[in-house]
Write a protein that binds this ligand. Structure first.
Ligand code: 4NP
Length: 158
């Protein structure tokens, strides 16, 4: 299973989701059968590490590795099985970028995998406070656990 998380800048929400899901897959012994990546719909932060506030929140919870920002591209629709948008704005950008109508079915809102939260979107924390960053990590933990459950039950994409 190849999963791609997408947000606006690829320095807050989607790299956090990538980091958390990778760690949980590792703990479950599922990392060799999955690929996890993240990307942004804008290129302002290409090559950067996640925002320092997000790195601090991740490190506090024991997540110590993260990737650098990149731009999402049409090719990703062929390279990944499922593309998870953090909010509706990201979803609209992804629909626009999608190279073939039949590949639109790869798109999902990340929050559709939440079981403990009722949010429909992962809120953008960039102009927010420390607690907004903490909430993003809490949500992506819920999302990642939901994805793991789906992978174990082999219901993802069915
Ligand atoms: P992200 O957050 O989409 O979760 O990475 C943002 C990062 C940067 C900006 C906005 C949101 N920005 O305006 O630069």
């Amino acid at each position: 299973m190849r999963l791609l998380f997408v947000c606006l800048g690829n320095i807050c929400r989607s790299p956090a989701a990538e980091t958390v899901l990778r760690e949980l897959l590792d703990r479950e012994g599922l990392s060799s059968s999955s690929t996890v990546d993240s990307a942004g719909t804008t290129g302002y932060h290409i090559g950067e590490e996640p925002d320092p506030r997000m790195r601090q929140e991740l490190a506090q919870r024991g997540y110590k590795q993260w990737s650098r920002a990149r731009l999402v591209e049409a090719k990703d629709f062929y390279d990944f099985d499922i593309i998870l948008a953090m909010d509706q704005q990201n979803m609209r950008e992804l629909r626009r970028l999608c190279p073939k109508p039949e590949l639109l079915s790869k798109l999902r809102l990340a929050c559709s995998f939440c079981s403990r939260h009722h949010d429909s979107e992962v809120p953008d924390p960039y102009y927010g406070s420390k607690s907004d960053f903490a909430y993003v990590v809490t949500l992506v933990e819920d999302i990642s656990e939901g994805i793991i459950q789906n992978l174990k039950q082999k219901t993802l994409l069915t």
